[in-house]
Design a protein around this ligand. Sequence first.
Ligand SMILES: Nc1ncnc2c1ncn2[C@@H]1O[C@H](COP(=O)(O)OP(=O)(O)O)[C@@H](O)[C@H]1O
Ligand SMILES: [Mg+2]
Length: 470
Amino acid sequence: MTDYRKIVFGKTDAREESAEYPDLLMNGYFPVDNISEQVLKTDKFIILGNKGSGKTALSEYLKLTSDANTIVDGPSLKSFPFKVLGKIVAGESEPVLKHKLAWRWLLLVRVLQNLVLDPDAKPSTKKDLRKTTEFLVQSGLMDVDSLSDLVKLTSSLSVKAFSIEHTTREETADVSLDLIINYVKDLVVGFKESHRHLLVIDGVDEILTARGIPFLSVVAMIHEAQDLNLFFRAGDLPVKIIILCRTDLFERLPDPDKNKLRRDCSCLFNWYPEGSDAAKDSDLMSMVNMRARLVFPEVDDLFDEFFPSDYRGHEIRSELLGFTRFTPRDLLQLLVSIQHRCTAPRVSAETMEKGLVDYSLEYFLPEIKDEMAGYLPFDSIDAIMEILASFRSREFSFSAFDQAVQQSARLSGLSSSDILKVLFDCSAIGLASPSGEGGQFKYRNRHASCTQSDRFVIHQGLCKGLDITL
Ligand SMILES: Nc1ncnc2c1ncn2[C@@H]1O[C@H](COP(=O)(O)OP(=O)(O)O)[C@@H](O)[C@H]1O
Ligand SMILES: [Mg+2]
């Protein structure tokens, strides 16, 4: 007999999910927008998506399912020492160029390490093999396994330590990082390789929760990845660097070429076509059904099988999606919260209600606060949430919000419109619709702006956490 409680929906974060339930990621990965195909078959190398849209899941899926001909390396930028990185290049050049050079170094060394570790990849001559091994061993680079450690090693050694016997001149102390980089570049492109190497860089998301976002370094990394990908292609080396990046961070990058990069080089996770109302046919629904079928292959539709047909008089799927920002993480966590409250094989209206309260309090509210922390001082966030809660209803006006902000000592120095913009960009609030039904949220229409209206609506997912009646 089928039982909702037995379905495994997975973990909040794909890296943990991959460690705990690798089969779930391998067999329960929904090919949204065929992004994994696009990564493998096109030149696109920037993968954009909101928080929880499946960026890490893509990287883990590629790792778990790569065939014998593909090698996937997924270094993370979590806790990456950006400040130190900016200092490893000496001289007076523009900071962005220094960062670009530093990234060239990091990425090339990582690619070289991967090529050396692959027994099938061979430098064209024996002499090259000897030079490569000598270079990596003498400089200590062979033992470094994270990008962070590579930065630390580079900054602690003088360039001289890397300069081995490859320079033709005697005065090796003067050798610049530039020269060493070109040396590594030659070593890399000298390899003959039949396997495909993917270097998938994740963790750019975490930067947003830290203070002082290193925008410049992220821009430099993206441009360097683009240049190196072109260089590898020209040298007929099957290596590709891929960068996973939160859409909102990408939008904020101070880069004049951003639009060009977005159009020509990026893919976007889009789980629910903009403007569409067909909840039943969305990829999100297909994804959860796929996971349900791993346990109960006979289940055609998770909601038909286990849920009441409506929630407060409306179609169940659209209603439940209204509690999410249309990301797999939100929807899966909502289903998990309901599951934790389940005491029978099917979900009752009462169970659903309890699950939605838990979801709002334990998942959605903290998630939104986390997201806001990338944009506003940490201690202002609770004060803002208290203001939203004080309205006691989902809808509010700009003037009511402005008045409350003016009166809050904890928010002095912050402007109401700036705070509203952050709330809107994080989808904590949307534009109130004239009909009073729902609202327009950023995740449904990325061109929407909070200046288009002076009436707002609080996201349904937050309401129970803020004790606002729906
Ligand atoms: N294509 C997918 N198919 C099935 N589940 C997915 C997919 N993408 C993401 N998920 C689920 O959503 C959760 C959050 O995804 P994750 O990759 O961690 O998001 P982020 O974009 O923040 O890195 C994952 O743990 C996984 O359970
Ligand atoms: Mg992630």
